[in-house]
Structure formats: C-alpha cells, structure tokens
Design a protein around this ligand. Structure first.
Ligand SMILES: Nc1ncnc2c1ncn2[C@@H]1O[C@H](COP(=O)(O)OP(=O)(O)O)[C@@H](O)[C@H]1O
Ligand SMILES: [Mg+2]
Length: 938
C-alpha cells in the first residue's frame, strides 16, 4: 500500500523535536522530580559546541515550568568570565526586580543589593548576600536555575552557587547548566569540577547522533526521507554534531534540493572547516561593510546594542541597520539589535575571519568605543585584557581601578588578571608600586604567597615611603603566615630603621606589629622611640589606630607599666564607639576582635560577648575578602561559650566553623577547632577524647600541646614543652599571664610523684595571679594551692577562692572550686556546710554536663552523709541561649532560612538547635512549639 510507508515516515520525520535524547531527557526529568521532593540537585550537561546542550536545557526549562517550578535562566556570553558576579547578576536580576528592586532586599540578602543597582560598586559581602538571596528565592517553592554555557561564567558566581548548594541541601533547588568539556579559565574549571561532584550532582553527556539520528534530523529538514548514501555522507561530514549537520545542509535545503545520493557530492568538507568556509563565503557575498559589522559584533559579543557595534565598525546608523538586516537574513546574526548570534559557533567563526593581528586591535578599539558610550569599567576592562599593550598610563589606570574594585568585592582571581595585564601595559613608573601592592594582595588571596612576597619586596625596596611601609606591614603578616622566622627577623630590623612613627595608616599599622613583637619578647634591641607612646594620646578614629592602642597596651602590660585595671580600661577603649552608620573596616574588626579575646581572658566576659555580637554582621560581610576574620570570630565565640560552660552551643558553632575553615583552606583554624573540642572533652571529663583532640590542636601554642600530653598521661613531655620559667618574684612573662604555665606544671609534677616541685609550682602560680589576676585564675591558683594544705588551711584558701570566682560567668570554674570547697569542708569535719556546697556544686556540674566532676561530687556527698539529688535537664530552663532564640523565632512562624539569616548562621545550625529544642521540650515539631513556649517562656 502506498500510504503505509508515508505514515511511518511521518512519525520519523516529525521526531518529538529532540532526536536520540531519551536518556538525557529522562535524567533531567528525574532531577526535577527529586527537586520537587525537596532535594537540591545539579545536572551538568556537558559536551562539545553544537552537540545539542542548549536544546536540552530548553527542554528542562519547559518541563520545569509545566511542573510549576519557578525558572531563572542566564546565558553566559564568551567574555563574561572576567566580570565578577556576572552570572548571578544575570540569573537573579529579573527576580530582584520582581521582588521590588535592590532596595527591597532585607537582612543579609541586602549585602547583595549593589550587584543589582546600576552604577553601584559591589563591595564586600556580595557573596554572603547572594547566598541568602538564593536561599530566599528557593524558600518560595521549587526553583530551577538554568545556566547556558556555564564554562564562560565567572568564578565568583560559581563559588557562591557551590557554597550555597552545600548549605541548602534540603531545599527544592535544581541547577541545570550546560558546559563545554574544558573552561578557558583554570579557576572556573576547578569550580565546575566542584559543582559536578557535589552530592546530588550528576554529569550528563549528550553524544553525537548515530546514523539513524542523522537520518531523522535530515528527514525533518528536507521533509522527505534521505537516501542512505546522503545520510552516511552527512554523518561523516558532521561527526554526528547536530549543529554542524544543520549548517551543512542549510544551503541545500534553501536551494530546494532533495537528499539524494547525487546530492551527497554537494556536501562540503567536514564540520568546523565547513562552517568557517561557509561563514567566510557568506560574508564575502554581503560585502565589506557587513563583514566589518559582523566582526565588530563578534568582538563585542551577544547583546551589544547595534549603535555600539556600528561605532566599532566605524559606520553610520543607517548603513549599519541595513547591513545588520542582511546579516540576519543570511543567518549570521540571529537578531540585529541588540546583536545576537544564532549560535556561539557562528560568532566564533565570524571572529576567525578577522585577520591575525587585527583582533587585539579591535579589542583595543572596542574598549575606547565602550568608554565613549559610558559603559561600565568592567565591560571596558574585558576588552583591554585582550588588547595588545601600548604603554598607555590611562589603560593601566583603568585596569588597576577595576582590579581594586574586584578585590573589594572579593574577586581576587579577576583582580589578578587585570593587574597582570596592567603591569604589561606597562604603567607609568610612578604607578608601578601601587599596582604591585594590589597584585600582591590578589596573589595572596588566590593562594600564591611566593609571588605576593616578591611583589611586596619590590615595593618595599623601590616604592615611595608610604607604600614601602605598607608593603612592610603586609610582608610581616605574610612571613608570619609562611612561618619564615629569619625573614621576619630581617624584616623587623628594616622596619625599625624605617622609624614608622608617623600617623599614616601604614605607619600606625607597622608600629603596632613591631610593638606586639617586642611585647612577646620576639625582638631584642627595639629602638627606644618605638615604645615611647603615651597611651592616652592615641586616637581611635581609624581601625589601625584602635589596633595600635591595643598593641601599646599589651606592650605596657608586659613591661609592667600597665596594671590589670588600667589594661582593661584600654581594651574597652579599643572597642568603644564603633561606628554604627557604616560598615566597619577590616582593621576596625581586627582590633575589636583581638580586644575581645583579651577582654575575655581578663574576666570581662560580658564585654567580650557584647563586642562579638556587635561584630557578627560585619564579619559575615567581610568573610569572602577576609575569611580569617570570620574564622577568628567563630573561634573566639566558641572559646567564650565553652569557658562559660555553654558546651552545646560551642559544639554547634564549632561544626559550622570547621566547615568554613575547610572551605577556605584555613588549616590553622582546623587545629584551633581541635583545641576547642579538646577543652570541651576535658571539661566534660572525657580524658581520652581530650587527649585525642588536643594532640592535633594548634601546634604553635605550646600550652595546648602540653595540656594534651598531660591528659594523655605523659607529664614528662608536658614539662619539657612548658619549660616553666624559674621566676623569683621579679618580672613575669606575657606567657605566664596569658597561660596557666605553673598550674599545669604543678599537675605534671604531681603526676610524677614530685610533691615538692608540684607545691613550688602551685605557689608560683599563686604569686603570678596575686599580682596579675584575673580573679578566676586566682581562684584556680588558690584551689591548686589548697590541695597541698591541711584541711583547715585548705578551707580558708578555698573560701577566698569562692569569693574570687563568685561573679564569674565561667561556670565550669565555679563548679570545680565549689566542689573542692565542699570536699575541704568535709575533711575539716564541717559536714552540714559541706553538704550544702556539694549539692550546689553537683547541680551546676550536672547542668553543665561535667560528668566526671558530677561523679566525684556525688561520692563526696555520700561521704559527707548526704543523699545526692539529680538535676532535671529538660524544659525551657534547660535550653541554651541560642536554642531559646531559635525556638522563639520558630514559634513565631519564621522559617529555618529566615532564622538562620537573621542570626548569621547556617540553616544546618538552625536545624541542629531545633532538634535539641524538640528533644528538651519533648515536642514532636515546630507546630507544637508555640503552645509549649507560651506556657514556659517569659
Ligand atoms: N537532539 C536533537 N535533535 C534535533 N535537533 C537538535 C538536537 N539537539 C540540538 N538540536 C538542534 O541543533 C542546534 C544546535 O544545538 P544546541 O543545543 O544549540 O547545541 P549546543 O548548545 O550544544 O552548542 C540547534 O538548532 C538545536 O535546536
Ligand atoms: Mg549552546
């Protein structure tokens, strides 16, 4: 029957638009299905140009929309990689507009506002803001982010997406991105690799079409079945690449030819060459004006206004309009204004028609044209990066300016590229040091400290005084980080010679560093002038000045010129009146953070807590530009909490801090976290755990390592490490004040059975504390000393210790002192008083979860003839501060995302807190929380 094959043909000639993509489409559907179920997923569609990635992405979008997803899409153009945050700008821009514009962004998401504000400079905090913006958008139901040509995306956007995805694992968020196998930029390549290996990510690689697939596409194009010879020739010439296949047969279809065996001969050479040849041929047909216009469009890229393209092609508006229309008709442009190419391969083919050597010049001209058109520096810089150097001071200046902006917004990779190019221009000799200084900063941030060091040395040697001093201060920091002691010593001598006693921020900073070294006994022969500063004369206008004030105070304390009360006063001044109306500078945060550390150890725990709370948003905002500040902040907070006995909170914050340190390669903080875990284990009486954590604690604090040795049962090693100073009532070292060197040494001697030495160290510790405090340490020293005294004397010493720690927020210390006091009373035969003190110590120990202490106190109570009573650790009163705060917000109807954003923690942290809240309040979930809390909470 004649009709039969036609029916079959009809089925084959009208494939469901996509030929041979059953597997890929199934993978995409499965991904969207998982997302609907509340699981973050990523699919990377990877393959060569023209293989059909964009077409698959479109299918995914259509499917998602049909399923009720919100879809945000962005297509990356070929020069976008050097524009910081360009992908996110494209992806979220329309959504931000829909939400009411950048000014409508609130909370942490507001940090992202400059990105969507025309003309605004993106400062620090864009990354943090974008993560929360994404979280907020994802909060409103299933969301698909569809990114086309992600290999051209900027590394910053990708980093933010990857980090956000790690934190948003339980959100209904899908990302489908198309990518070529290799990105041009290694940093982008590395980030794409991270994206593709996230949990919930998969890579789908659409392959070339088989012969049957080619036949199906041909059938659709010609409207009739192709001859097998024709199909074979097409399959070979195109390699099964759909785009090349279509381009191959386009002229034949246009000429009304049939796909016969004879027509196979009409096919030109294979794939890419065929395209290049066709494009060249088509441009020749259209003439020089159209060619120039097409080339200008190829250089400027998709979405450029025709007016700008015409300016680059040096042609007027009317002829340009006509030429663009002709290019559109010839399928070289997909749209005329703004120009869009039908496919990136066509753009690349047009670009290849530019004679060698001309391309760079075209980019240089493009930069000028864009400058004239008042385009952003970012757009101009993109072209300057590809233009040949011409020794223009202006160009070098533009590149440096844009690089600084990139640095400020946390895009060091881009800054590095721009500055390297600026150096090649080269800049005017007088501008070179400042370029190098910025480059050093970028190098450091991208993990190239050796190159940073090289640049800094050059600036130090050749720059004008102020830059030279800035370089020295930076070098100091860098050499310490590299642990280059000889380098530090050499640099210190040079810095002494430079006499940095002026008022510029750089001099203030360098002087502060030097004073710190002198105070710590790391520098001998410090010039007298360096240390001669009147503390009251130091201003606190800038962060650097605050930092100097702190360092001078530390120095004065070390030399005994500054008694504890006065020291505390200086610390308070360092953090006094931190500006409220604007974001804090990095140095303001640094000075305040360091001060908080000293405040905490000087017993001003409440002040320290207040400072840390105040710094929270600024630290979060600066976390990309200065990840060290965030890590330090977390560390300080964790230490404060653990010292106050808030172990649960400390552990939750630690988990978050460890993830952060891990992500930023801050290895020091990984070991610092171990130290904190060790301390918590120790307080809770888990010696094995304490030993394990402390052993991998911060290698450079001898005290932590010694403590680790001690709890691991190796007192000799502990003593070797501690090397307690002899001391004769004279000078006390900074180390003896900051750490409990003698206290630990006393324990070590006792473990070795050297009672006399143990007693001597105990007396020594007591002497240090009687002079320098702080009172909680005096309490501990008294307690230690009491353990060597006969019962009655011990009671007296411990009575005094109780007084010293009566008001301390360091509850674990109070618990220990009180337990000892009770035990001493018992030994002295004062049983009734002993029972009262011990009961109260037990209550505290149980509430804090100090298990070993609880057991000991329980035994003591029995020995004193009492009956120990267990403390109930449930109900509202058992919630920690953070748990209570989270519980309140959840009961008020806030989502986990909203709670996390307002508290500057991760969603995971909120989930952990909530789980503890449910357990302690014995409620099944957040719906029951409100009723429970209204009964309990004040
Ligand atoms: N499986 C397919 N079947 C039919 N046509 C396809 C298929 N995949 C892609 N195409 C078409 O081939 C051309 C190139 O595909 P595209 O998705 O743009 O490739 P890529 O994004 O990988 O460069 C487009 O016109 C597209 O519609
Ligand atoms: Mg594509």
């Amino acid at each position: 029957m004649a009709g039969r094959p036609r029916v079959v043909t009809a089925v084959v000639t009208q494939p469901a638009t996509m030929v041979e993509r059953v597997r890929e489409l199934a993978a995409l559907r499965a991904c969207l299905h998982d997302v609907r179920d509340g699981q973050a997923r990523v699919v990377v569609l990877e393959g060569a140009a023209g293989v059909g990635k964009t077409a698959l992405l479109r299918e995914a979008r259509d499917h998602a929309e049909a399923e009720g997803f919100r879809v945000l899409g962005a297509r990356m153009p070929h020069l976008a990689a050097t524009a910081p945050h360009e992908l996110l700008r494209r992806l979220f821009g329309p959504e931000v507009d829909r939400l009411g514009g950048p000014q409508a962004l609130t909370g942490a998401a507001a940090f992202a506002a400059p990105l969507f504000t025309p003309g605004a400079t993106a400062g620090s905090g864009v990354d943090y803001g974008c993560q929360w913006l994404l979280a907020a958008i994802a909060d409103a139901g299933p969301l698909l982010l569809a990114v086309d040509d992600v290999h051209w995306a900027d590394v910053d956007s990708l980093r933010i997406l990857v980090d956000a995805l790690e934190d948003l694992r339980g959100a209904p968020l899908g990302i489908v991105a198309t990518s070529r196998p290799m990105a041009a930029d290694p940093a982008v390549e590395a980030m794409l690799a991270r994206l593709a290996t996230l949990p919930g990510a998969s890579v789908v690689r659409p392959g070339p079409l088989t012969e049957a697939g080619v036949a199906a596409v041909l059938c659709a194009a010609f409207g009739e079945d192709p001859h097998p010879h024709f199909t074979l020739a097409c399959a070979q010439a195109s390699g099964g690449n759909v785009f090349y296949l279509r381009e191959l047969v386009r002229p034949l279809v246009a000429a009304g030819l049939s796909p016969t065996a004879a027509a196979a001969a009409e096919l030109a050479a294979s794939g890419p060459h065929a395209l290049a040849a066709t494009v060249r041929w088509r441009l020749d047909q259209l003439g020089p004006l159209a060619t120039a216009l097409a080339q200008a469009a190829a250089v400027l890229g998709d979405d450029s206004p025709l007016r700008v393209v015409a300016a680059l092609a040096e042609t007027g508006g009317d002829p340009a309009g006509r030429a663009a229309a002709a290019l559109e008709a010839a399928s070289i442009l997909g749209r005329a204004d703004p120009v869009v190419f039908p496919h990136p391969l066509v753009r690349a083919a047009v670009e290849r028609t530019v004679p060698p050597g001309q391309l760079g010049r075209l980019h240089a001209r493009a930069a000028r044209v864009l400058l004239d058109a008042a385009a952003s520096t970012a757009k101009v810089a993109r072209h300057l990066l590809r233009a040949p150097p011409e020794g223009s001071a202006r160009v070098a200046g533009l590149l440096t300016e844009e690089a600084r902006r990139s640095l400020d917004s946390g895009s060091p990779e881009t800054a590095q590229r721009l500055l390297t190019r600026a150096l090649a221009e080269p800049p005017a000799p007088s501008a070179r040091p400042s370029v190098l200084l910025a480059l050093a900063q970028a190098d450091r941030a991208t993990g190239a400290p050796a190159r940073a060091q090289e640049h800094l040395v050059e600036v130090m040697e050749t720059g004008p005084r102020d830059l030279s001093i800035t370089a020295m201060a930076e070098l100091f920091d860098l050499l310490y980080e590299l642990d280059d002691q000889t380098g530090v010593d050499r640099l210190r001598r040079r810095a002494f010679e430079a006499e940095p006693y002026g008022i510029s921020p750089a001099e203030v900073r360098l002087r502060a560093e030097l004073l710190l070294d002198v105070a710590a006994g790391r520098a001998d022969q410090a010039p007298e002038r360096l240390t001669r500063i009147d503390l009251s004369s130091i201003d606190i206008q800038t962060g650097e000045q605050r930092y100097l004030l702190l360092c001078v105070a530390i120095h004065h304390r070390a030399t005994g010129e500054c008694p504890p009360e006065e020291f505390l006063g200086h610390l308070r001044r360092v953090v006094q009146d931190l500006p409220e109306g604007r974001p804090l500078t990095g140095w303001e945060v640094t000075a305040a953070l360091e001060s908080a550390a000293f405040l905490a150890s000087a017993e001003a725990m409440a002040d320290a807590d207040e400072v840390l709370e105040r710094l929270r948003p600024d630290v979060a905002r600066l976390r990309r530009v200065s990840p060290g500040l965030q890590a330090e902040w977390s560390h300080r907070s964790v230490l404060n909490w653990l010292r106050c006995g808030r172990f649960e909170e400390a552990l939750v914050a630690l988990a978050e801090a460890e993830t952060f340190a891990d992500r930023h390669g801050l290895t020091l903080y990984q070991s610092v976290a171990n130290y904190a875990r060790g301390c918590i284990a120790l307080e809770r009486g888990d010696y094995a755990g304490a030993a394990r954590h402390l052993k991998s604690g911060p290698a450079e604090t001898v005290f932590a390592t010694a403590l680790g040795e001690l709890v691991a049962g190796r007192p000799e090693q502990a003593l070797l490490l501690l090397d307690p100073p002899e001391g004769d009532g004279g000078a006390v070292t900074e180390r003896e004040i900051e750490d409990e060197v003698h206290l630990l040494a006393s324990h070590a001697h006792q473990m070795l059975g050297h009672r006399d030495l143990a007693l001597r160290e105990a007396e020594h510790e007591l002497a240090v504390r009687l002079r320098h405090g702080p009172s909680f340490r005096l309490a501990l020293a008294l307690r230690r000393r009491a353990s060597f005294a006969p019962a009655r004397e011990a009671v007296e010493l411990l009575e005094r210790a109780m007084g010293e720690c009566a008001g301390t927020p360091r509850l674990p210390i109070r618990a220990r002192v009180q337990a000892s006091y009770g035990a001493a009373l018992r030994r002295a035969g004062r049983l009734r008083e002993a029972r009262t003190e011990l009961a109260s110590a037990l209550d505290l120990a149980e509430r804090l979860g100090m298990n070993r202490l609880s057991r000991r106190v329980t035994a003591d109570i029995r020995a004193a003839g009492g009956r120990p009573r267990r403390t109930r650790v449930t109900g509202w009163a058992s919630l920690t501060g953070s748990q209570a705060a989270v519980a309140r917000l959840a009961a008020d109807g806030h989502t986990n995302r909203e709670i996390a954003e307002s508290l500057y923690v991760t969603i995971k942290t909120v989930e952990t807190h909530l789980a503890a809240v449910y357990r302690k309040l014995a409620v099944p979930g957040r719906d029951h929380l409100r009723a429970q809390i209204s009964g309990w909470a004040p």
